[in-house]
Write a protein that binds this ligand. Structure first.
Ligand SMILES: NC(=O)C1=CN([C@@H]2O[C@H](COP(=O)(O)OP(=O)(O)OC[C@H]3O[C@@H](n4cnc5c(N)ncnc54)[C@H](OP(=O)(O)O)[C@@H]3O)[C@@H](O)[C@H]2O)C=CC1
Ligand SMILES: O=C(O)[C@@H]1CCC=N1
Length: 279
């Protein structure tokens, strides 16, 4: 029998991000029969049930059989969702919240009792490439989390990609702005490259293949090279050549400032949610 079947895991909210995590974890870190999903959407539950996972439309005592609970509903409904799950907590339940903009202290108070915040809590910001085992998650341990629970959270998220521990909730908001929301920025750039290729006379299939291989090739080169990306960029840019002309346009439109402004907007939204939802 494989050891992965020992971990019993529940997702509360089985939508996009939970599905990405589940796809990477099931069969690797836990068996389908060890996973339970609570969601209010019947279609979502049907998709999970097809994988052999147990499902429920609301929190019930089944949750108590699962050591790790991943809270994966939208931030705006998290407080009421936590309240519905709370009666089924066990002393050793490890809660992992993946919600953007809900700080650890607020979450720990919701899950705990007055004056006794829940200490088995790790805040996590994953991303959707977890679906193919190529995710990256920022993790932040709430006050009082044991080494054992930290290690368990890390093992779980390592099964779907890389893990970076950060020290506080502000840094989780920064992770959100970079790698949590980041795949959407990359997909936007990919769409732009593909549309640009089409406008210049390539077929859909050619543009897709060229754009995908360019993004993955360039990121692989950057990750394997000892040189910073600025040096790699210069190596592409021949004096008086084609790349210099393209970069001139990017610079005229202040591409770097646009990216940084977009990330600041994501970060600010996380901070705003945190103020709004902690009331
Ligand atoms: N998507 C991403 O890339 C990332 C998302 N996150 C975080 O993950 C969380 C979920 O996001 P995402 O997966 O995109 O959202 P989804 O809307 O895809 O998934 C949330 C699911 O929870 C269901 N739901 C709503 N209320 C309840 C409830 N009371 N009990 C159980 N289930 C409920 C929703 O149903 P219905 O649709 O009917 O409301 C939906 O199926 C958010 O907090 C987000 O910040 C973090 C990192 C990345
Ligand atoms: O857009 C959002 O709010 C979530 C958090 C990071 C990615 N998706």
């Amino acid at each position: 029998m494989s050891t992965h079947q020992e971990l019993k895991l529940a997702f509360i909210g089985g939508g996009n991000m939970a599905s990405a995590l589940g796809a990477g974890l099931i069969g690797k870190r836990c068996g389908a029969q060890d996973v339970h999903v609570v969601d209010i959407d019947e279609n979502v539950l049907k998709r999970w049930a097809e994988q052999g996972v147990s499902t429920a439309s609301q929190a019930d005592e089944t949750l108590g059989n699962h050591r790790v609970w991943v809270f994966a509903v939208k931030p705006q409904v998290m407080k009421e969702t936590v309240a519905a799950c709370k009666p089924f907590l066990r002393d050793d339940t490890l809660a992992i919240s993946i919600a953007a903009g809900i700080d650890s202290d607020t979450f720990a108070q919701w899950l705990g009792e007055p004056g006794q915040p829940w200490t088995r809590l790790v805040r996590c910001m994953p991303n959707t490439p977890s679906l193919v085992g190529a995710g990256i998650s920022g993790l932040c341990a709430a006050k009082g989390v044991s080494e054992q629970d930290r290690a368990l959270a890390q093992q779980l998220l390592r099964a779907v990609g890389e893990v970076v521990w950060v020290d506080n909730d502000q840094q989780i908001d920064a992770v959100t702005a970079l790698s949590g929301s980041g795949p959407a920025y990359v997909f936007l750039f990919l769409e732009a490259l593909m549309q640009g290729g089409r406008q210049l006379g390539l077929s859909e299939a050619q543009a897709r293949q060229l754009a995908l291989a360019t993004l993955s090739g360039a990121t692989e080169l950057a990750s394997l090279s000892p040189e910073p990306p600025s040096v790699l960029r210069e190596r592409v840019t021949s004096k008086g050549g084609t790349t210099a002309e393209a970069l001139r346009v990017f610079n005229e439109r202040d591409f770097v400032a646009i990216v940084q402004e977009a990330m600041k907007a994501s970060y600010n939204r996380a901070s705003e949610l945190s103020v709004e939802l902690s009331k």
